[in-house]
Ligand binder design. Structure first.
Ligand code: NAG
Ligand code: NAG
Ligand code: NAG
Length: 362
């Protein structure tokens, strides 16, 4: 879906007045642009045109979003939407699938439901845009930005170095790969520790490629407690625990390697700043104090097969009391808490070594 489809961009871009660009650069946001790489947690419509079970462009998704269903896997805004607002953008960063013309200058959202660090991840669900493909799409956008800047590569490089890039993948490499031995062989080939190490190695390679495309301010989002999501609670024995501990333990092996990865990247690529967003820390506070009292039951009525909301069925009415929207994805209230703490750390463990607010200021 990368090159051919995007050629028509060239035409709209050639025709777009340079004036738009100028007024945008002198506008409000703390950084000129925000690029988002990820999975269903931040997908804002890229999967709509794909044939996949990871497709949610229908009601009740988006019930609390200004324009209703958009392909966002939640009731309202995603974490990326809210981080964009906190960075001062006055509209949401558009999805790669539908962004046009000079809009790409403020950033693009490449995220795709089902996407993983590994390309085979979520193959059983159908189409998805893996991290590898997201980077190929980004390469197309970078070339178009160079064109918008009249072929001035140095200007494009300088411009791209000021943007924030957020990257959050890995959940599906567990949920839609390692934890599904009926479809994928990884759990037979690798121990949890070996698998975490291989994922980090592949992630490192791809993050370095993002750097090669000009990224210099990069936030890497860690994985949450996947063993606590309703989909896993419904399919695994918990042995008396509130969560599936074996899953949390496996995912923790990945998370534990992210801080050293950030250190390595900052050491090797010293004109860049990578930060780590500690999702475990951010979501481990007492949600009850915040009025979020339903922690393991989805708000919408889910399909027992897919864990996705059943189209057209009314969801719970008190959505700010629920942590989960469907069997996999958090409600907007959780996205709000996560975004705020990634942007402006509440605890020292929330972000490392700095939060997104400080990353923007560098
Ligand atoms: C369940 O928990 C008990 C007590 O903590 C432990 O001895 C046992 O090995 C656990 N079983 C499984 C299958 O995890
Ligand atoms: C992430 O947060 C958890 C929970 O607060 C903490 O145990 C862990 O050490 C943190 N990780 C890093 C790298 O700061
Ligand atoms: C939320 O609303 C439903 C009815 O819509 C009600 O049954 C439930 O008790 C309310 N509170 C919680 C925490 O679910």
């Amino acid at each position: 879906m990368a090159c051919g489809v995007k050629i028509w961009y060239l035409m709209s871009i050639m025709l777009s007045p340079l004036l738009n660009f100028r007024s945008f650069v002198h506008g409000e946001p703390q950084v000129p642009c925000y690029f988002i790489f990820g999975d269903s947690l931040v997908d804002n419509g890229n999967n709509n045109a794909l044939v996949t079970l990871a497709n949610v462009n229908f009601s009740p998704y988006g019930i609390d979003f200004p324009v209703g269903p958009t392909g966002r896997f939640t009731n309202g805004r995603t974490q990326a939407d809210i981080i964009g607002e906190l960075l001062g953008f006055d509209s949401f960063i558009p999805p790669f699938a539908t962004t046009i013309g000079s809009d790409i200058l403020k950033g693009v959202n490449y995220a795709s439901g089902g996407a993983g660090i590994r390309s085979e991840t979520a193959k059983a669900l159908g189409g998805r845009i893996s991290l590898k493909m997201q980077l190929i799409n980004h390469k197309v956008i970078v070339s178009l930005i160079e064109l918008l800047l009249l072929g001035n590569k140095a200007a494009a490089k300088d411009y791209l170095s000021k943007c924030i890039y957020s990257v959050g993948l890995g959940s599906n490499d567990y949920l839609n790969n390692y934890l599904q031995p009926q479809f994928y062989s990884t759990s037979r080939k690798y121990t949890p520790d070996q698998y975490a190490a291989i994922l980090i190695q592949q992630y490192s390679f791809k993050l370095r490629s993002l750097y090669k495309h000009g990224a210099r301010k990069i936030a890497i989002h860690g994985l949450g407690q996947i063993g606590c999501i309703p989909a896993e609670l419904a399919t695994h024995a918990t042995n008396g625990s509130a969560c599936v501990d074996t899953i949390n333990n496996a995912v923790q092996l990945f998370d534990k390697r992210l801080k050293p990865l950030v250190d390595d990247l900052n050491k090797d690529l010293h004109d860049a700043k990578f930060i780590y967003i500690n999702t475990t820390s951010i979501t481990s506070g007492n949600l009850l104090d915040l009025g979020i009292i339903v922690l393991n039951t989805p708000c919408c009525q889910v399909s027992t097969i897919t864990g996705i909301c059943i189209p057209g069925q009314a969801p719970c009415s008190n959505r700010t009391e629920y942590a989960f929207w469907d069997s996999f994805h958090p409600t907007e209230i959780i996205n709000l808490i996560s975004a705020r703490r990634a942007y402006n750390a509440l605890l020292p463990t929330d972000t490392y070594p700095i939060d997104i607010r400080h990353l923007a200021k560098l």
